[in-house]
Design a protein around this ligand. Sequence first.
Ligand code: 5GP
Ligand code: MN
Length: 340
Amino acid sequence: MIKAQIPEIKRLLSSPKNIVIIPHKNPDGDAMGSSLGLYQFLDIFQHHTKVIAPNDYPDFLKWLPNEEKVLKFDMQTEECLKSIEKADVIFTLDFNALQRAGHQLKEVLEKSNAIKFMIDHHQQPDDYAQYMYSDVHMSSTSEMVYNLIEMLGYTNKIDAVIATCLYAGIMTDTGSFRFPSTTSTTHRVIADLIEKGADNSEIHNSVYDTNSYARLQLLGRAMQNLKIIPEYKTAYISLSQDELNAFDFKKGDTEGFVNYALSLEGVIFAAIFIENQQESIIKISFRSKGSFSVNEFAREHFNGGGHINAAGGRSTTDLKSTIDKFISILPHYKTELSQK
Ligand code: 5GP
Ligand code: MN
């Protein structure tokens, strides 16, 4: 655990360093919020910090403070490689294994001699970081960045920018403070972030009320494609590449769709299958209620992972065979999927 290492970390960060912060590939609100919150914190201490996202992220995150300074590894590879080469310290945020940064970045990170930090709340973390703050009970990596700042004794340094980023990260990863990982402590952290200048109502607005018409039409199609398998309390959605194209799909447009499947009364297991022709994969999101572990399910069958109630995975076969495989597996989980 990191607590015993705090004096050492304080010493390490007591003089300006070259620092790189890396969120996971296809960064979500928590990955970007925690990265940009930490970025601003380190900036206050005069460190030379760069946030390097493995690839682009949805437009609904493009209002986050300092977002315009984020480098994208797949687009600005040379510049990113230079920063990583120079780095004394690398923070990896919101992921538990280097491959979650993407294939190429993984190799670069493995070769780097920089001191590595992991701050993450996913299950079964790999052991690549000298400073590892991993806690699967945490609501979000953004809450953990707050905790790190608190352990360092610097909550007085949290300004409106840090507060805004961390609020956005906690909000998105807790489904607006409703998932079981949301604790009274999470709410205390949130209260403090509001006091420090996070404009809560505005942040909700920026993330959730900026839909395009095309996205809502795509949601309509997804809902038409929703299927229920009552005997396994399971529901799933599929979207083919043709359907995505027909509704002018943009990154992030399908975010949250799977939750509609989980919102059906009596359903405890939900999935969405989304065809990605460019990567020749079917990207899958899994969600559950109660003790059914979608992390285990995704790891075992779909080359993925995540948390107990939210995980992701992929398949390299076509959409229909991926769904057929999914349906054929369900009987193996009859007991788990018959819980109340
Ligand atoms: P989402 O379904 O929203 O993409 O992801 C749900 C959760 O599972 C997130 O915490 C995400 O980081 C994790 N996750 C998504 N896809 C993968 C994957 O392919 N591998 C692993 N290990 N985790 C994933
Ligand atoms: Mn997260």
